[in-house]
Design a protein. Structure first.
Length: 193
């Protein structure tokens, strides 16, 4: 049996959970999310205890064990998303690199001959703290926030994929808490022939 799947999910105040068949709908102060649960996993709402219980019908089956923990984590993320929300902080390193938000799109100038545009998905907010880099030491900073953890993580990964940080000077787009392993550049030996 999954250790994560066995843990009950507590429902905080102001969060409403509805279950219709295999579809679970969670609504709170920041919005609402819904998801279809896998048919092998059973979800129960305990209104008296204020908990959501995720049950595995066949604990000896390997796929059921995997789905048990996964479904519990997805439902817990939905509850946290509608009550507190999620955010990803990102930085852009590189001289002359910048970011702008225009008409529901993010526009990046990051060393290519053309600007790169990405459409902001519905339900994600972008807050640009510093739009342009200042030299190599002060990066451009922006924060992505939303209720859906999967959508937020995928959008952040798509942004990072435009220009991942390179190992020599560290230029590129990265998460704020990401550590970039740096390499030493070529050493020119000065020797007499």
């Amino acid at each position: 049996m999954s250790r994560i799947g066995k843990k009950p999910i507590s429902i905080p105040g102001g969060v409403k959970v509805e279950l219709k068949g295999q579809c679970i709908k969670v609504s709170g102060s920041l919005g609402e999310l819904q998801m279809d649960c896998h048919p092998r996993i059973k979800v129960k709402i305990d209104d008296a205890g204020g908990e959501i219980l995720v049950e595995n019908k066949r604990p000896q089956d390997r796929q059921n064990k995997q789905l048990h923990g996964t479904m519990r984590s997805l439902i817990a993320n939905m509850v946290t998303g509608v009550s507190k929300g999620f955010e990803k902080k990102m930085q852009i390193f590189g001289t002359g690199y910048n970011i702008k938000e225009q008409g529901g799109k993010l526009t990046f100038q990051i060393g290519f001959c053309h600007p790169v545009e990405l459409v902001i998905p519905k339900g994600i907010k972008v807050n640009i703290e510093l739009g342009a880099t200042r030299g190599n030491d002060v990066p451009a900073r922006f924060t992505l926030s939303g209720t859906d953890k999967c959508l937020l993580g995928q959008f952040a990964a798509d942004i990072r994929k435009i220009r991942p940080p390179e190992p020599y000077k560290g230029k590129g787009i990265r998460y704020t808490d990401e550590h970039v392993r740096r390499k030493v550049g070529k050493a020119f030996a000065s020797g007499s022939a």
